[in-house]
Design a protein around this ligand. Structure first.
Ligand SMILES: Nc1ncnc2c1ncn2[C@@H]1O[C@H](COP(=O)(O)OP(=O)(O)O)[C@@H](O)[C@H]1O
Ligand code: SF4
Ligand SMILES: [Mg+2]
Length: 352
């Protein structure tokens, strides 16, 4: 664990009010040992999908986790729901390591919603059977109340009683995502982890599903980790935003604060890439070129330096830690002050 993580762990243990907290989390994958995977791969053999992540999810908040494809978002989500194990670091649920047990009760508390709802729904079960099996397995209600509870759940996600007899294949993409959400909340979790739940949906449908997350948070008091690859999606949804790049959190702040005062050039590039009403209002210097570097070979110094408009020698020699740059706002950039002096573009266009 890094000295920064160790210090945070020590101070957080006494006053940990978070729903979920990860500390110094790492996850490495080894290149396969087959001849095929070794051919043409002379570089490092270990990929660092997560490289020291510290993050907390507060009670009742919607925390957005945003970053390009391959930055490690799904790996973090999978560790949090227990479908993969971390290489190093710790996961705390309500201040304890309870989730490490991964018994049925621990698993129930943290539920996941996926990008492709079809993959998480059994195509051979009607909606009624699917919900009934879950409610009985987890002893949420007695058998006599299963139907009423199923209808309540469907209504919560904007579906009607009539769909109890239908199969997942009979639904549209947006309705399937509603079903997947009903399935996740059926077991009365405390935490919902939504991994790009609107990325595969039409823009008009996206907005209705985003509204659903907001209303579920209000009605059920859920804490939600909402993963997206695009800041525009979470702009009006989340309370806070954590920006991830090549396995690290590089900036975290309240959503308004982050959009008004970005202090990392990567965040600035993501903000500038949001569609705007007026052409020419964006500073092209921050435009992101190409793909992120391979996580098999993370750049030395600041991992963002090969794509950064402000990079200089100091950035190639130093790996910046995540530090407070403004109240309740942390950034891992050595030139956060320099960035602050470059005017922001006009506010992004509102989502429909
Ligand atoms: N099971 C796996 N085996 C090897 N590499 C993996 C595996 N799962 C993810 N990765 C790699 O880990 C990195 C992070 O992946 P992922 O967490 O899926 O990112 P994101 O969700 O942000 O797109 C990527 O480089 C990906 O190729
Ligand atoms: S430390 Fe340097 S390279 Fe890294 S984000 Fe800041 S300015 Fe860019
Ligand atoms: Mg992913």
């Amino acid at each position: 664990m890094s000295p920064v993580s160790a210090a945070r762990t020590a101070s957080a243990e006494t006053t940990d009010t978070s729903m979920l907290r990860v500390s110094g989390l790492t996850k490495s994958y080894s290149r396969g040992t087959s001849l095929l995977s070794r051919l043409g791969s002379s570089g490092p053999s270990t990929l660092k999908a997560l490289d020291g992540v510290d993050l907390d999810l507060r009670p009742g908040e919607i925390l957005a986790l945003v970053g390009e494809s391959g930055s490690g978002k799904s790996t973090l989500a999978k560790i949090l729901v227990g479908s993969t194990t971390a290489t190093g670091g710790q996961v705390f649920y309500r201040g304890t390591g309870a989730l490490a047990r991964r018994d049925r009760e621990s698993s129930r508390r943290v539920q996941m919603v996926f990008q492709d709802p079809y993959s998480s729904l059994n195509p051979r079960l009607t909606v009624g059977r699917m919900l009934a099996e879950l409610l009985l397995l987890h002893k949420i209600v007695p058998r006599s109340e299963v139907r009423a509870e199923s209808v309540r759940l469907l209504n919560l996600v904007g579906l009607e009683e009539e769909v109890l007899g239908a199969y997942p294949s009979q639904f549209s993409g947006g309705q399937r995502q509603r079903l997947a959400i009903a399935r996740a909340i059926a077991v009365r979790p405390d935490v919902l982890i939504a991994d790009e739940p609107v990325s595969a949906l039409d823009v008009s449908v996206q907005a209705t599903i985003l509204d659903l997350f907001t209303s579920l948070r209000a009605e059920l008091g859920l804490s939600i980790l909402f993963i997206a690859h695009n800041l525009a999606v979470v702009q009006h949804l989340s309370d806070r935003v954590a920006v991830m790049y090549l396995g690290r959190i590089v900036e975290i702040a309240d959503t308004r604060e982050l959009f008004a005062h970005p202090r990392h050039p990567y965040t600035r590039a993501l903000i500038d890439s949001i569609p705007r009403m007026r052409e020419g209002s964006v500073n092209d210097a921050f435009e992101l070129d190409g793909e992120p570097p391979s996580p098999y070979d993370v750049p030395a110094g600041c991992r963002f330096h090969p794509r950064c408009a402000l990079a200089s020698e100091i950035c190639r020699a130093n790996d910046p830690p995540l530090l407070q740059v403004r109240p309740a706002h942390e950034s891992a950039c050595l030139k956060a002050d320099e960035l602050a002096a470059i005017p922001l573009p006009e506010p992004p266009q509102e989502l429909p």
